[in-house]
Design a binder for this molecule. Structure first.
Ligand code: PMP
Length: 427
């Protein structure tokens, strides 16, 4: 049994010793002391179905024994900086990761986070093209350092610091966007941006395949191929931010961009790829990778032996346990059930996403699409009390984000939907 500090004691310490900006998701937050597979356990031994942990860190399940073993074995033999000496872990994982990417995408740079990966990707695009202008999508989230905060496009995540050189295109959002699901119309806006906001040449374009923080927005069909064409005509590189949508999560494909039939020039990833250890990566072509040889480039822990040993173990688990197939099968089932819930509950305005990256948008008026900001908080709190943890996102904070570990089962899916049903009925 757990004998550590209580939830209240932890809250008190957080208030006194941590940043005042730190937040938690619930009015009455839970003290999670243990995790196993897709389940979390609080200090009293209560079990929660973790329908959000996939985005936080975990793709093959909490404390997966293979990943734990890889980390502990490697910690026992060596942990060090990546760059000083030779060690097999980084090379083995780079080789395995490159084999998951199409075309000439086979040179890997390791980082410690998604922000770092996107900062590096944007810098490489700028160096390669000799241009500064980058285009990203409104409602995107790409990180919180100065460059990536510039590319992020939701004011609630942007501090008032100088963020030069990023232009934000209309979001091809099928639910709220002005052109509905007509991807090519939004793509015209990017052409316009290039002509009116830049010299006609750009460094690149960055986007998620499904916006995560933005509220599980799937880009309108036809958008990415058209935009990639325009960007390349303007001399730019196309960057796919796969921090959330990559790594088998969308089920139908290993990478989110694959369902849009495009091949990026640079792909970034983080979060689930280490199943909980800090690990990010940028993968690009040998030609583009050359730009970093112009100066010395050093990242103390990016690709360190312990994290890359974990990374390799995660890839093997995804393959051996068929987690991509599971994301597809269970995700499709869960989406169908959520769509049935939409028929029953007027407050559900939209159900969307792919595989185990699903969103449920709550609105108080379906026609006006008025965000149900307060209602979602009540439902979320109630679901937590019944043993289900879901995430929340979207600019208005009115979208449930369901992004569980990829080992989620049909029974878990049923439990999440049943609990959501009860909580919505109680509202
Ligand atoms: N890109 C996307 C799509 C993300 O969702 C996030 C994190 N929410 C990041 C980048 C930044 O990753 P990190 O928090 O690891 O810096």
């Amino acid at each position: 049994a757990y004998t550590g500090p209580s939830a209240d004691e932890i809250l008190k310490k957080r208030k006194e010793f941590l940043s005042p900006s730190i937040f938690h998701l619930y009015k009455k937050p839970v003290n999670i002391v243990h995790g196993k597979k897709q389940y979390l356990f609080d200090e009293d031994g209560n079990r929660y179905v973790d329908a959000f942990g996939g985005i936080a860190t975990v793709c093959c399940g909490h404390c997966h024994p293979d990943v734990v073993k890889a980390v502990t074995d490697q910690t026992r033999s060596l942990q060090h900086s990546t760059v000083l000496y030779l060690n097999h872990a980084i090379a083995d994982f780079a080789e395995a990761l490159a084999s998951k990417l199409p075309g000439d995408l086979k040179v890997v740079f390791f980082t410690n986070s998604g922000t770092e990966a996107n900062e590096l990707a944007m810098m490489m695009a700028r160096l390669y093209t000799g241009c500064h202008d980058i285009i990203s999508l409104r409602n995107a989230y790409h990180g919180n350092a100065s460059g990536t905060m510039g590319a992020t496009a939701q004011c609630n995540w942007k501090f008032n610091v100088v963020q030069s050189g990023v232009h934000h295109a209309l979001n091809p959002d099928p639910y709220r966007g002005i052109f509905g699901a007509d991807g090519e119309k939004y793509a015209e806006d990017v052409k316009d941006l290039i002509q009116s906001g830049t010299s006609g040449h750009v460094a690149g374009f960055i986007s998620e395949a499904i916006q995560g923080v933005g509220g599980i927005i799937e880009l309108a069909p036809g958008y990415l191929p058209a935009v990639y064409d325009s960007i390349r005509q303007a001399g730019g590189l196309c960057i796919a931010d796969e921090v959330q949508s990559g790594y088998a999560r969308t089920g139908s494909h290993f990478w989110g961009f694959e369902s849009h039939d495009v091949v990026p020039d640079i792909v970034t990833m983080a979060k689930g790829i280490g199943n909980g250890v800090p690990l990010g990566a940028v993968v690009t072509t040998p030609k583009i990778a050359q730009v970093l040889t112009r100066r010395s480039y050093f990242n103390t822990f990016g690709g360190n032996p312990v994290c890359t040993a974990a990374g390799l173990a995660v890839l093997r688990v995804i393959e051996r346990e068929n987690l991509q197939e599971n994301a597809h099968v269970v995700g499709s089932y869960l989406k169908d059930r959520l769509n049935s819930l939409k028929v029953k509950h007027e407050i559900i305005g939209d159900v969307r996403g792919r595989g185990l990256m699903l969103g449920v948008e709550l609105v108080t008026d379906r026609r006006l699409k008025t965000p149900a900001k307060n209602e979602i908080l009540q439902v979320m709190e109630h679901m937590k009390d019944m043993g289900v943890l879901v995430g929340k996102g979207g600019f208005h904070g009115n979208v449930f984000r369901i992004t569980p570990p990829l080992c989620f089962s049909r029974d878990d899916a049923d439990f999440v939907v049943d609990v959501m049903d009860v909580s919505l009925t109680k509202l």
